[in-house]
Design a protein around this ligand. Sequence first.
Ligand SMILES: NC(=O)c1ccc[n+]([C@@H]2O[C@H](COP(=O)([O-])OP(=O)(O)OC[C@H]3O[C@@H](n4cnc5c(N)ncnc54)[C@H](O)[C@@H]3O)[C@@H](O)[C@H]2O)c1
Length: 322
Amino acid sequence: MRFLVTGAQGCIGAWTLKLLLETGHEVVAFDQAAELTRLRLIWEGKGEQRLRVVQGDLCDTARVKKLVAEEQITHVIHLAAVLMPFCQAQPVAGGMINVIGTLNVFEAARDAGRPVRIVYASSSAVWGPEEAYGARSLSERDPLLPGTHYGVFKQANEGNARVFYSSNGISSVGLRPWTVYGAGRDSGLTADPTLAIRAAVLGQRFQIRVSGHMDLQYVEDVAAAFVRSATSGLEGAHVFNLAGTVVEMGEFVALLEKHLPRAAGLISAEGPQVPVSYRMDASALHAAIPGLPSTPLDDGIGGTIAIFERLHSLGRLSAVSR
Ligand SMILES: NC(=O)c1ccc[n+]([C@@H]2O[C@H](COP(=O)([O-])OP(=O)(O)OC[C@H]3O[C@@H](n4cnc5c(N)ncnc54)[C@H](O)[C@@H]3O)[C@@H](O)[C@H]2O)c1
C-alpha cells in the first residue's frame, strides 16, 4: 500500500498523516503549502523516512496524474479543498479546486495503470437546514438540499464518484464530516470551537461567531475514519455520514469552563445557527467499518487543551486573531 494524502497540510490532513505514519505506511503528502506546519504541532517525527512531501496545485491535471502514476500510489485520501466562506465569495475559483480538483484525483486513479482506491472528504454541507427536514436524524437516503456553493460542489463530487465506479470500476468512499475540532483546526467558520479552546488556554477573550447546535467530531476520530475507509477494501461508490456529539454552543462554553475554570467569562457564543441539519445517523458507516473510535466530547476537549498547553509551554501556541 502506498498512500497519497491531498490537503496534507490541513487540519484533517495532519492527523491523517500522523495516523498513517504511526501505523507504518508509506505516504506522499501533497499540498499547495510548502511546509506541514500543522503536522509538526502534533507529531514527534517517528517514521519521517516513510513521508515524502510534494508541493503542488490540485488543479494541475497533468501534475496530479503524474504523481499518482509515478509514485506507485494505491490509495488516495483526498482532503484538499477550500472551505465554505471561500466558495461562497469566489464560486468559480472554489469550483475549480473542489470539483475539478476532485475530478483530477479520480482521473489520475483511472489512468494510473493499477487499481487505486479513493477516500474523499464530502461534507454535511450537502444537507439543507434543520427546518427542511424536521427534528429527525438523517440517513444517507434522505434528500440532499445544500444551501451553499460549497455544499453543491460536495454533492457534485459524490455524483462523480458514483459515475467513476459505474464507468471505470474505481471504488471510493466519501465521508461527510460536520464540525471537526481539535489541534490544527484554525480555518473556516466552524473552526470557532477549536479557536475558543485555544483562546481559553491563552487566557484570551473570544467570541464564537455562531450559536445554536453543532455536531462536533474529534479530529483524531475523523482521521481514523478516513484511514480505515481506505484500508477497508469496500467495493463500490459509498458515501457515509459522520457523527460526533451534538452540542448547543452555550453548553460547549460551559464544558470548556469546567475544564479550564480560569477561563470563566472569557468565551461567548453569538451569531446565527449554521444552516445545515445537525442530526446525523452514522449507523451505515459503523456497520460497514466496525470499531471506529468515537471520542466523547469531554475527552476531546480535554485532549485538545493538553496539546495546546504543551505547545504554549514551548512558546509555540500563537494568539488567536481574526
Ligand atoms: N474541518 C471540517 O469541519 C470539515 C467539515 C466537513 C468537510 N470537511 C472537508 O474535509 C477536508 C479537509 O478539511 P480541513 O478542515 O482539513 O481543511 P483545511 O482548510 O485545514 O485544509 C485544506 C488543505 O487543502 C489545501 N489546498 C487547498 N487548495 C489546494 C490546491 N489547489 N492544491 C493543493 N492543496 C490545496 C490547503 O492548502 C489546505 O492545507 C476538506 O475537503 C473539507 O471540505 C471539513
